[in-house]
Design a protein around this ligand. Sequence first.
Ligand SMILES: [Cu+2]
Length: 159
Amino acid sequence: MITFRLALTAAALALSCSVALAQDYTAGPLKIEQPWTRATPAGAKVAGGYVAVTNTGATPDRLLGGSSEIAGKVEIHEMAVNNGVMTMRGLPEGVELKPGAKLELKPGGYHIMFMDLKRQLKEGEKVKGTLTFEKAGPVPVEFSVQSVGARAPAEAHKH
Ligand SMILES: [Cu+2]
C-alpha cells in the first residue's frame, strides 16, 4: 500500500514539474540562479543566454564563458548603447564577479552568446551546457528555453 501511495505522489510531482522551469545551482561560493535562453526562429545562428550569479565568497571570480550541446562555441557579450545605437561586443576576458555582489546577465546587458547554433531551440525544452569560471571551474547547468519574446525566466513553482 505504501509503495502504491509513493508511486502516486511521484507521478503527481512529475506532472506538476513538466513545464521547463529554470533551476538554481551552487559552485563553491557561487550561487547560480535560473539559467535560461529563448526559443529561436528556424535558421538562427545565435541565441542569447541569461543567468544571475552571486559571489558569496571573499575573493573575486570571473565568468569566462562556457559550452553547450547546441552551440559551436559560447561567449560572454555585453550590450551597450553607443551614440543611440545598440551594439554588442564580445568580452574575451569574461566578466568579474565581485565578492558579495550579484551579477545579472539579462536582455539588454551582459549575456551569454551561443554561437554557431546547431539546431532550433523550442520553448519548453532544456538545453545542457556548462558555465566556466576562472576559480570555480566548469559548472554543468541546464538552460530552460522560454518564449521568443521572454524578458525573464519562468517563475519557479512552489510545491
Ligand atoms: Cu551577444
